[in-house]
Structure formats: structure tokens, C-alpha cells
Design a protein around this ligand. Structure first.
Ligand SMILES: O=c1ccn([C@@H]2O[C@H](COP(=O)(O)O)[C@@H](O)[C@H]2O)c(=O)[nH]1
Length: 272
């Protein structure tokens, strides 16, 4: 199924705009998993199995696996999500971006090797660097627009002809690059005014919004500023605040409780 269809169905079926980020950090794993050869897969798959009815997407961040030489665990984790929870699409957070011939290899990596349904990309090399991804019309192409980090303003807010750069990015993607309807944008929760600007410029294009939880973004501001007229259109991502909500043997149950709390907080602000 196409990423955008899966996302729509997960939004509705699970009544959730929550994206759980899968960022394994073995130092924070519960004691009974520490030192186990398969700890990364065991930890992440337990989180997934405890939350799959509560989320609209999962977002594994590739560096967290690659730094641990755990790419095999990432492959198995995505296969596990597809096999056990086929209604929940997977975004590979890789922030790729390169010349077209190399981009083609990143396409193969994200969609054929890892089996992701969508991938995050850096748009600053321009249209040709993204085209091989756009051509995979069944896959989601999620482009950085206004990121959540403090330094996002250094370049993304620069005035270009009377308008900040990130607004040019938002408009160009929504107007020119989204011919297959498979684009989405990353807009950080820590910049709520920019989030509102992006929503006003891109219509119903979905927004992936990291930056709540550990980074301190305000959930109410995210929902009010980023929702579509139908009260959806958002994948609100949280990693550490969910993954490490508990530190004991009941870590997956603690993650479930944290996910329910986030889903319900978001849903309170969706319609009112
Ligand atoms: O602008 C961005 C883009 C991506 N991220 C990624 O999201 C998660 C955030 O983790 P938390 O623990 O919820 O803070 C992480 O994988 C980042 O690489 C982002 O934070 N901001």
C-alpha cells in the first residue's frame, strides 16, 4: 500500500497522530537487556509491540543503529513491524541528500534494503537530488523544512527576497515537487510560529514534527498551529520521552503508558 494511504488509515484506525521514534541507546536499556547480543532488536521490538495500536508511524533514526553496527537489527525491526503490525508505516530517518547517481543508491538502501515506507531527506542539493525518491510514488518523501534544533535559524530563517528560506522550501516542495502526492515536510515542534507559517503555505501536506518531549516543544502549540482543517495532517514524533519512560523490566509498559498520555493530550487539542 502507498505510504500516504497507510498513514491516512493509521491516523484514523488508531485515532493517533503519534510517531514513536526508535533511537536505541544501550546505556539506557534496562539491566536485563544490557550486554545481550540482540539487545537493540529486543528493546526496539518490545517498544513496538507495546505501542502499535497507539501510533500512526514509527521513525527509526539510522545513525542510532549504524553507530552500534546494528544495521541488521534495523532491517529485522522494520521487517518485524511490517509482519506483526502491517497497518503502521515506517519512516527511515536518514536525512539523505546527494547528487542523483548517488541518490539512486540511497533509494535502494531505504526502500529495498531496509523496506521503509518513507525516508527523510535534506532538500538543499535541489530537485535532481530528490527526484529518484519522488519517482517512487508509493513511498513517502519527507523533506527537512524547518528543523527542531536551536541552530535551525542560522540558515533556514535567512531572508531571501523578503521571505525566509524555509518558506521558499515549503512552497517549492508543495507546488512543484509533490506531483505524485508523496511529499511531507519536517517542521520542528520547538518553532511553533514557523510551523503555523508552513501549514498556511502547504495546504494539507503532512508534517513530521519532532521536538516535543526531550526537546521541550509544546504539544498544544504544535497541534493548534500544525493541524489541517480536518484536525489531522501531523506525525508528532517523540523518541527519548517514550523509549526511556521506564528503566526497569517493565520498560515497554512504561512506554505504552507514555504513548497513551501523549496521544490523548494531542487528541484533546485536535478538535477544539
Ligand atoms: O528537526 C529534526 C529532525 C529530526 N529529528 C530527529 O527526531 C528525533 C527526536 O528525538 P527526541 O528524543 O524526541 O528529542 C531524533 O531521532 C532526531 O534525530 C529532530 O529531533 N529534529
Amino acid at each position: 500500500m502507498h505510504f500516504m494511504q497507510s498513514l491516512q488509515q493509521a491516523w484514523t484506525g488508531n485515532n493517533s497522530l503519534v510517531c514513536v521514534g526508535l533511537d536505541p541507546e544501550p546505556a539506557k536499556f534496562p539491566a536485563h537487556l544490557k550486554g545481550r547480543a540482540d539487545a537493540v532488536f529486543e528493546f526496539c521490538s518490545a517498544i513496538v509491540d507495546a505501542t502499535a495500536d497507539l501510533v500512526c508511524t514509527y521513525k527509526p533514526q539510522i545513525a542510532h543503529f549504524a553507530a552500534l553496527r546494528a544495521e541488521d537489527a534495523l532491517e529485522r525491526l522494520i521487517a518485524h513491524i511490517h509482519a506483526k503490525h502491517p497497518g503502521v508505516p515506517v519512516i527511515l530517518d536518514a536525512k539523505r541528500g546527494d547528487i542523483g547517481s548517488t541518490a539512486q543508491h540511497y533509494v535502494t538502501e531505504a526502500f529495498d534494503r531496509y523496506g521503509a515506507d518513507a525516508v527523510t531527506l535534506n532538500p538543499y542539493l535541489g530537485r535532481d537530488s530528490v527526484q529518484p525518491f519522488l519517482d517512487r510514488a508509493d513511498k513517502g518523501v519527507i523533506l527537512l523544512c524547518h528543523t527542531s534544533n536551536p541552530g535551525a535559524a542560522d540558515l533556514q530563517d535567512l531572508d531571501i527576497g523578503g521571505k525566509p528560506l524555509y518558506q521558499h522550501v515549503a512552497q517549492m516542495i508543495a507546488r512543484d515537487w509533490n506531483t505524485h502526492g508523496n511529499c511531507a515536510l519536517v517542521t520542528g515542534a520547538t518553532w511553533p510560529e514557523q510551523l503555523a507559517q508552513v501549514r498556511s503555505l502547504v495546504g494539507d501536506v503532512p508534517l513530521l514534527v519532532p521536538g516535543i518531549g526531550a526537546q521541550g516543544g509544546d504539544v498544544e502549540a504544535v497541534v493548534r498551529n500544525g493541524r489541517t482543517s480536518a484536525g489531522a495532517g501531523l506525525m508528532i514524533s517523540s523518541s527519548r520521552a517514550i523509549l526511556y519512560a521506564g528503566s526497569g523490566a517493565d520498560f515497554a509498559q512504561a512506554a505504552r503508558t507514555a504513548t497513551i498520555a501523549l496521544r490523548d493530550t494531542i487528541n484533546r487539542y485536535r478538535q477544539h
